[in-house]
Design a protein around this ligand. Structure first.
Ligand code: AMP
Length: 397
């Protein structure tokens, strides 16, 4: 069975064709600048060179058509005909309170995705375009929606509800949803196996530290709490997002700078986090760490604040679960950044965490980085959202 995984952003489309016999990637690629001048497709097939195509993609329908052409191309392709694709799995950002599991797409599902446009204004419209483009390109092939909010929907109400008048939850479904759900779900379940924990009761904290960053607590792979909220702005300090903040700061900046709420939210989403705190050096940790090493005080403070916030959440989530058995690092920073991992773990000696420095010096590899004597297992497990989406899709079709 071959499953195509599609991840549509507002102007991009990432794809992978996965052979579910061995879960190997047959081909993967990226369409960039969809709807903008200068669109480009980059396609890489197993055992073949990279193929680039500069062709205008005014919308996602055209992009999907080019992806299909690349997949069946006699030179760069990996299948003879698109009928070899058994199903398409789509990453979909938001399903509000309606769905907490992946689902085969029909007209009702599309309506829910559309109804949630205001909860995911950048992603949900693009996700729906991707689904409709696949329906048009491959009539009869099932499409499955895998929601980024699904994992967080399992949180108990004490974790998911904000302390605001209850009517806003009733009227507008304002609650904490959590994002990166596919990654948290995948990594937390992998951690149960990798760390030899009980599949029902294993207590795991996953630190998904990428450009966007979030952290989750789960027991037996089921979400207990997760740091992102109604939108991906809540929680950890991120590349460009502030994470947790006193909401009164928004009103204060609006009044002082004559800005609208939308403008300040844009600043909190795109110009804050590591980028903002470092005085604008970069949202990329490598750049900020370089400045830190050169003695830049703002860079040093930004990195220290980032580490401190993650450590605080680990403390909170250990309390939420009355213990923790495994702490897992994943995504760009979590998989690669040794000083960030070491810095976070330095706060955790009270839990009996002991890091093996040699093991922690590896990058991007599934590794146990705690010593055998450590009371809590600490490891790196690279995330694989595409494979998780493909597995969900296979299970449903
Ligand atoms: P992601 O969103 O998961 O792709 O992660 C992107 C972030 O990971 C980048 O902004 C970098 O800050 C960080 N990153 C990627 N590779 C490395 C590396 N080798 N060392 C340190 N940080 C890295």
């Amino acid at each position: 069975m071959k499953i195509l995984v599609i991840n549509c952003g507002s102007s991009s489309l990432k794809y992978q064709l996965i052979d579910m016999e061995n879960e190997g990637v047959l081909a993967k690629g990226l369409c960039e600048r969809i709807g903008i001048n200068g669109s480009k497709l980059t396609h890489k097939a197993e055992g073949k060179g990279e193929f680039e195509l500069a062709e205008e993609m005014p919308n996602h329908t055209v992009a999907i058509k080019l992806v299909m052409d690349a997949l069946v191309n006699p030179e760069h392709g990996v299948i003879k005909d698109t009928s070899e694709i058994s199903a398409v799995g789509h990453r979909v950002l938001h399903a509000g309170t309606i769905y907490s599991d992946s689902i085969v797409v029909n007209e009702d599902v599309k309506k829910v995705i559309r109804d949630c446009f205001d909860l995911g204004p950048l992603h949900n419209p693009a996700n729906l375009m991707g689904i409709e483009a696949c329906e048009a390109a491959m009539p009869g092939t099932p499409n499955v929606a895998v929601f980024d909010t699904a994992f967080g929907m399992g949180m108990p109400e004490k974790a998911s509800l904000y302390a605001i008048p209850q009517e806003y939850y009733e009227k507008y479904s304002i609650r904490r949803y959590g994002f990166h759900g596919t990654s948290h779900s995948f990594v937390s379940k992998e951690a149960l196996d990798f760390c030899g924990l009980d599949h029902k009761n294993g207590k795991v904290i996953v630190c998904h530290l990428g450009n966007g960053a979030s952290i989750s607590a789960s027991i037996g792979g089921k979400c207990v709490d997760t740091s992102m909220g109604l939108t991906p702005l809540e929680g950890l300090i991120m590349g460009t997002r502030s994470g947790d903040i006193d909401p009164a700061v928004i009103q204060f900046i609006c009044n002082k700078e004559g800005k609208t709420v939308n403008e300040v939210l844009d600043i909190l989403n795109k110009k804050s986090g590591i980028l903002g705190m470092s005085g604008g050096i970069s949202s990329d940790f490598r750049d900020v760490q370089k400045a830190q090493a050169e003695g830049n005080h703002l860079a040093d403070t930004a990195i220290n604040a980032y580490i401190y916030r993650v450590a605080k959440y680990i403390g909170a989530y250990t309390a939420a679960m009355n213990g923790v058995e495994a702490i897992v690092f994943t995504a760009g920073v979590g998989e690669n950044d040794k000083p960030i991992r070491a810095g976070i773990c330095a706060y955790l000696s009270y839990l009996g965490v002991e890091i093996d420095e040699e093991a922690n010096s590896h990058r991007g590899k599934r590794m146990m980085i705690s010593t055998p004597a450590s009371k809590v297992k600490v490891c790196v497990i690279p995330t694989n959202e595409e494979l998780a989406i493909a597995r969900e899709t296979k299970a449903l079709v």
